[in-house]
Design a binder for this molecule. Structure first.
Ligand SMILES: Cc1cc2nc3c(=O)[nH]c(=O)nc-3n(C[C@H](O)[C@H](O)[C@H](O)COP(=O)(O)OP(=O)(O)OC[C@H]3O[C@@H](n4cnc5c(N)ncnc54)[C@H](O)[C@@H]3O)c2cc1C
Length: 487
């Protein structure tokens, strides 16, 4: 019997994940990617012997990656070496004032206790609650497709009902009082794209991911994971076409009949889009779009980002592989992202120096630096603004870490809203998709299956379960299960 043909739009984590599952299930899978290389937001930049991950750098929830590869009788170790970082990361609050988070809970507890008496015991209790939520959420609930609420209503969620209506910020405040410790415990939910004050405390499972499971690094960078998935996809018979942007979807009898690209036209039985949800809808005639512009305008988008990829001619001092610079007021910064939607005067920022751990990311004696400032989507993005913030963070880096940095820069590349739009057709130039707030969780997120077209599906960070690499892998799995169920 002729295999059913699935055309997959995009080649990010979610699309690659879905393609592997679909090929394994017996579909004829063809990926159409607009850019020259695969990987989507997780592509790589190579320059003068330096190698940078353009997007994700935190490898959290190793069990999700393990589960993905195990589904294909493989493990991450078949493709890349994974090391646990110690410290997991370091957080700067002022000059010579930083806290390092170790790779094990016992040591993290000691750090907490040294800062706030009695906090070790409280942290232990908080993390054990977070672990229970992790076991429920990440091992079960996030694998539900969000077709109806019954998927997630059970005794275990009913007894946690309070956790859905109380914010993580309120919960953290009940466990620790020290401002620095509180900001460390609030940091993990930033990956979900919303303010801690607007994220349900049920999401404290991210704290278990952080302190319980640790921060890992795939040697060679996150792009190694993309390469691993792509090689598996190819082995399973998936065909990948790059530099072939999809321009429109042709509809007949309530289904997508053809996918038109810049280079041609492809017949299909099923279409799965891993491209940004809003963009995919614009490929359809108006009457087949499910969500009007007003729907997207009302949604809380996860932040966009201003990024810099910098080659330094020396090794850096006083920084760790992952270093967070929380030396300014988070509340004021968060307000500019979610409320006033303007550039922050003094934003928090994040620095990654992968070459501290991974020799493949910089020539010997040099350091690769990736800097990220979270910003509101759709801000004005000009070379002058980028330059102004680069100068600011380099000055703060010099001051906080007590070293000369500016004169050691060999080159820098920047990436911001205009690039997110041009490279990924990203709505308002968002970096991380749609935030996971209470009203944007599970059935309340844009659907994996089109409500208007029988054979059109979606995956990725704007749909279920949400933003981040592990959720994208999961999104690929659950959408492929849905396709198998309905076709
Ligand atoms: C700067 C940054 C830092 C991040 N840090 C982390 C982190 O540390 N840890 C973590 O877990 N997550 C992180 N994330 C989030 C994570 O990277 C994303 O959630 C994930 O990569 C999204 O994958 P996706 O498959 O949903 O989408 P994408 O990777 O965006 O893939 C969509 C693909 O569709 C393609 N496409 C778009 N339009 C078309 C078209 N018309 N035709 C053909 N193809 C098209 C795009 O080119 C792209 O390849 C980060 C993201 C960013 C941007």
């Amino acid at each position: 019997m002729k295999k059913k043909k699935v055309v997959v739009i995009g080649s990010g984590f979610s699309a690659l994940s879905a393609s592997c599952y679909l090929a394994k299930a017996g579909y004829d899978v063809q990926i159409l990617e607009k850019n020259y290389e695969i990987g989507g937001r997780a592509r790589q930049l190579k320059k003068e012997g330096f190698v940078f991950d353009i997007g994700p750098t935190f490898y959290w929830m190793p069990d999700v990656f393990e589960r993905f590869f195990n589904d294909f009788e493989k493990s991450p170790g078949h493709f890349y070496d994974l090391i646990k970082l110690n410290p997991a990361y370091r957080v700067y609050f002022g000059k010579n004032d930083s806290i390092s988070i170790a790779d094990n809970l016992a040591e993290i507890k000691r750090t907490f206790e040294s800062i706030e008496k009695g906090s070790a015991r409280k942290l232990e209790k908080f993390i054990s609650l977070a672990k229970k939520n992790y076991d429920l959420a990440v091992k079960r609930l996030v694998y539900e497709p969000g077709e109806n609420l019954l998927e997630i209503i059970n005794m275990q969620t009913i007894i946690r009902i309070k956790d859905f209506f109380r914010s993580i910020q309120m919960q953290v405040g009940r466990y620790v009082k020290n401002k620095k410790l509180r900001s460390i415990l609030e940091f993990p939910v930033l990956f979900l794209g919303a303010k801690p004050s607007n994220t349900p405390s049920f999401y404290n499972f991210m704290n278990y991911a952080d302190f319980g499971l640790g921060t890992w690094h795939p040697m060679g960078g996150m792009y190694k994971v993309i390469k691993a998935m792509a090689s598996m996809a190819l082995q399973l018979g998936v065909e990948v076409r790059t530099n072939d942007p999809v321009r429109s979807l042709v509809i007949e009898d309530g289904q997508v009949k053809k996918v038109k690209t810049a280079n041609g036209s492809y017949d299909c039985d099923i279409v799965l889009s891993g491209a940004d949800y809003h963009h995919t809808e614009t490929l359809l005639p108006l009457e087949f779009r499910q969500y009007p512009e007003s729907f997207w305008k009302k949604k809380i988008f996860a932040p966009s980002a201003l990024l810099f990829y910098v080659g330094f001619d020396k090794k850096m001092k006083n920084v760790s592989h992952h270093t967070l610079f929380f030396d300014t007021e988070f509340e004021a910064h968060a307000k500019t992202i979610y409320d006033t939607r303007e550039w922050a005067e003094k934003p928090l920022f994040y620095g990654s120096f992968p070459s501290i751990t991974d020799q493949t990311s910089a020539p010997e004696g040099r350091e690769a630096g990736i800097f990220l400032i979270p910003i509101a989507p759709d801000l004005k993005d000009t070379p002058e603004i980028r330059e102004q913030y680069f100068d600011q963070i380099i000055q703060r880096l010099e001051f906080l870490t007590d070293q000369k940095v500016a004169e050691h820069i060999i080159f820098k590349e920047s990436y911001c809203i205009n690039d997110f739009k041009a490279d990924y057709n990203s709505y308002k130039g968002n970096a991380y998709g749609l935030a996971n707030t209470l009203r944007q969780t599970h059935v309340l997120r844009p659907k994996l299956k089109s409500k208007k077209l029988r054979n059109l599906y979606f995956c990725g960070q704007l749909t279920v379960p949400g933003p981040g690499v592990p959720p994208s892998l999961i999104s690929g799995k659950i959408v492929s299960d849905l396709i198998s169920k309905y076709h």
